[in-house]
Design a protein around this ligand. Structure first.
Ligand SMILES: Nc1nc2c(c(=O)[nH]1)N[C@H]1C(S)=C(S)[C@@H](COP(=O)(O)O)O[C@H]1N2
Ligand SMILES: [Mo]
Length: 480
């Protein structure tokens, strides 16, 4: 009994000390727009084996980032409980070593700032040591630590809001996206253009890089005869609009890691032409502020066979921070992780093949093309319905475009559906049909047919290595 109380007290004091240190460190980092937890969290992302990433995406969807933050914070506090029992001098040394290791992890990948990281880690160590040396104040330390953590998140949120205002003060004169494709009006069907708030976000960072547009330049380097730099204003002068779907290779069949946008960008063909690459340049490496790189073959981009862009706008606005402000590379038709980087810092031309972020993680090196896919938005699975069932959804087959969408009930024959107007072959296309179904439970499936004649692959495959395949299936309950 007494032992349990002692143990509880020990853990309580250690946790309070860990919280105080973490809170103090985070507050110092946040005052400079950074977070130790988020920087360390990137190592968790980077070191997760591919299978773990796939599973996390499946289980947590977009809640993976809060989960990683929580596990980093819990590990830091957990480590404090392991050290708290050491005699004083060894304890201080161990806490300092822990803080140094934390700083090391935080600095592994850009963006990084050595002074901010080292200072905040040192403050975390000092805070933890002070609290451990004064265990009587445990409740106060814990409250202070929690308060500092909250204040730090608040500071970072404020910085994001300020950055969003800076972005929008730089106007891009565009018409708002037209959203009329004549599709059936039925609730639950995805809009033609995905609103920014619903557009999926996938990247290897815990906090979105915030880039100052005034200082940003895009250098085109390497094997080029006229190396040059583009400013955001210069890019804006050459930019044109295009409609296209962005699809994450992790998108499961029927999933929401896909968005249809109206983008504004400068054709890569133009950017390459201006730089005049040497004939020896075979690889275009797109580099980003987060250390992420994606490389693409030069030839099809130069000839225009693949129509890629340096994108600076989405849905009539400058690119939002989470989607890569101020610029990203996007080749419609290629899955997100191969299509070009967000937060672009440099385009460089080389002869050698380049190892990208995903290559050492087992993904194939060559860009993977998006597979044709139809998603059923209406009815939602297990919806109860009358005998006349409206089935509607979206389908994509970039870059060729969607030629048809077919549905079937159970093992019945495939039936044609009505297609709404196509914005562009690279865009998604909405479709619908009405089925007469007898009472009972029915499996309704859909599949897309691309304009090149390819019918969506019905074999159920996971996203690795070429994107998920299979036909989206919903179960409908028809009332008697
Ligand atoms: N710099 C950078 N660019 C990146 C990534 C990243 O982690 N860092 N992720 C890629 C992946 S995996 C996808 S699916 C798309 C997602 O773009 P979105 O977040 O705008 O939807 O960005 C790509 N570009
Ligand atoms: Mo992705």
């Amino acid at each position: 009994m007494g032992g349990n109380v002692r143990r509880a007290k020990y853990f309580g004091r250690a946790i309070a000390a860990g919280l105080l240190g973490l809170g103090a460190g985070e507050l110092v980092a946040a005052s400079r727009g950074q977070s130790l937890i988020d920087s360390v969290g990137r190592s968790v992302v980077d070191w997760s084996p591919r299978q773990v990433v796939d599973l996390t995406v499946e289980l947590l969807g977009s809640r993976d980032k809060p989960a990683i933050r929580l596990s980093v914070a819990a590990s830091a506090v957990g480590a404090t409980t392991a050290l708290a029992g050491l005699p004083a001098p060894a304890r201080s040394a161990a806490v300092s070593a822990l803080a140094a290791a934390t700083a090391g992890l935080a600095l592994r990948r850009p963006p990084r700032s050595v002074p901010v990281t080292v200072t905040s880690a040192a403050v975390a160590a000092i805070g933890t040591n002070i609290a451990l040396a004064n265990p009587r104040g445990a409740t106060a330390w814990a409250l202070l630590g929690a308060g500092a953590l909250t204040a730090a998140r608040g500071l970072l949120a404020r910085r994001r809001r300020q950055h969003a205002r800076t972005i929008h003060s730089g106007r891009l004169d565009q018409a708002p996206p037209t959203t009329d494709d004549g599709a059936v009006k039925v609730s639950g069907l995805a809009p033609l253009i995905t609103p920014i708030g619903d557009f999926y976000v996938t990247d290897v960072n815990l906090s979105t890089p915030l880039i100052d547009p005034a200082r940003w330049r895009l250098p085109v380097t390497g094997l080029v005869s006229t190396p040059r730099e583009w400013s955001l204003a210069e890019l804006a002068e050459q930019a044109e609009e295009f409609d296209a779907v962005m699809v994450c290779i992790h998108n499961p069949v029927g999933g929401k890691r896909v968005g249809n946008g109206r983008w504004l960008g400068v054709p890569l063909r133009t950017v390459l032409e201006r730089a005049d690459p040497s004939a020896r340049a075979t690889t275009l490496v797109t580099r980003a502020v987060d250390g992420f790189t994606i490389s693409l073959p030069v030839e099809p981009l130069r000839s225009g066979e693949w129509q890629g862009y340096v994108v600076i706008g989405l849905n009539g606005r400058p690119l939002p921070a989470q989607h890569g402000f101020p610029a990203r590379v996007f080749v419609p038709g290629i899955y997100g992780q191969y299509t070009g980087v967000k937060w672009l810092t440099e385009l460089s031309l080389t002869t050698a093949p380049h190892a990208d972020y995903w290559s050492p993680r087992g993904w194939p090196h060559e860009p993977a093309w998006i597979q044709p896919q139809a998603r059923i938005d209406v009815p939602a699975t297990n919806a109860v319905s009358g005998r006349e069932v409206t089935v509607a959804g979206v389908a994509w087959a970039p870059p060729q475009g969607v030629a048809g969408v077919e549905v079937r009930v159970g093992d019945g024959p495939w039936q044609k559906t009505e297609l709404a107007r196509e914005l562009a072959p690279t865009s998604w296309r909405r479709w619908h049909t009405t089925l007469e179904l007898p009472p009972g439970t029915h499996a309704v499936q859909a599949r897309a047919v691309s304009r090149s004649g390819e019918t969506q692959d019905g074999r159920q495959r996971p996203s690795f290595p070429a994107g998920a395949s299979g036909w989206h299936t919903v179960t409908v309950n028809v009332q008697p």
